[in-house]
Design a protein around this ligand. Sequence first.
Ligand code: 5CA
Ligand code: ZN
Length: 408
Amino acid sequence: MHAWPAPDVPALPGSGLTLRLFDTATGQVRPTAPGPTARMYVCGITPYDATHIGHAATYVAFDLVGRAWRDAGHDVHYVQNVTDIDDPLLERAMRDGQDWQELADREIALFREDMTALAVVPPQQYVGAVEAIPQIVEAVQALREKGAAYDVDADTYFAVQTDPRFGGVGHLDEPTMLRLAGERGGDPDRPGKKHPLDCLLWQGARPGEPAWETPLGPGRPGWHIECTAIALEHLGNHIDVQGGGNDLVFPHHEMGASEAHVLTGEWPFASHYVHAGMVGLDGEKMSKSRGNLVFVSALRRDGHDPAAIRLALLARHYRSDWEWTAQDLTSAQVRLARWRDAVALPSGPPAEPVLAGVRRHVADDLDAPGALAVVDRWVDEALRHGGPDEGAPGEAARTVDALLGVRL
Ligand code: 5CA
Ligand code: ZN
């Protein structure tokens, strides 16, 4: 399916630094080391509700990754999925008495608008689970040939014990894995499985639910294999970054890493497993199932400048869990207005330290708050004392636009 329009990204003088990122699998901040083309897969939405501030924070964080790589001279091959068939989508459609496809189409359209407004650079491939069914079926068949898939009734499971590296992304103990699998779409208590953590690859057709006729029999894809198959198809056997929120560490990225390992023999599938913190509201993780949501589209409808929304997200470090409050947006609006006043001046203090400082902070595990502080210092100086450099306001504005995605 199509993604959304790309924002203009100004070119900057010189070249960005090597991007360092925290990798969940090794527990360390390590340099990324992409080739000429950096490869990134970020898990996309399940389109049963509108984009909330938590989703937006996660996609803005990975947008910084792409911008930093491009600034350092790499091409970026970015792929994102849409889980356009899964239990939560069907459940919501059923609850509201609407067609699941219409629901998905509507929410995907809204997501595109939100991403466009937030100046998120789109992926080159934006792939729905439904359109990836042929690749998913192929991957399940290949797992079966390798002895890593088996049937329970009409359903097909991945046998986690066929991967000696299983557990190597999250390094969680088994009770924790069992608990998280139960909470996040798994079925650890289902009888007949070889191991309670084995996950669904293919779900046989159920009455009243959509199903596709395939060589695996009528049914629909399991969740984790969806991302594994899409990533392998479009990005190859090894990628630089697999990303998403930290609610995806287990089971989603763990299962994906193991499936890919069995399929390709390569470990790790991603050099960096990168996870954004959870954004909460009123003491709880913001989530569609809890319904405690602040929607990007609603903020936009209320007249809030998307650049201010983006600045509010950048004010928090991507790895921390944090709580959204109205104050986040108010502070960002004040900051945005000051930045715009400063870059509208006819001259200002030299802007080279802004470019160097923003580059340094972003390259250091996406320290966006540090980058904002660098810009704040230049803006304070410009507004208080002005400065002699006629090119500086433009250079500062281009730095903020290219690296932080905020148009001044
Ligand atoms: N379709 C799957 C991934 S394949 C999924 O998790 N969809 S989602 O709509 O639930 O979430 C979309 C993305 O936003 C995921 O990367 C998820 O980790 C992230 N996310 C979900 N809730 C939050 C939150 N409260 N804060 C930050 N990121 C979140
Ligand atoms: Zn995914």
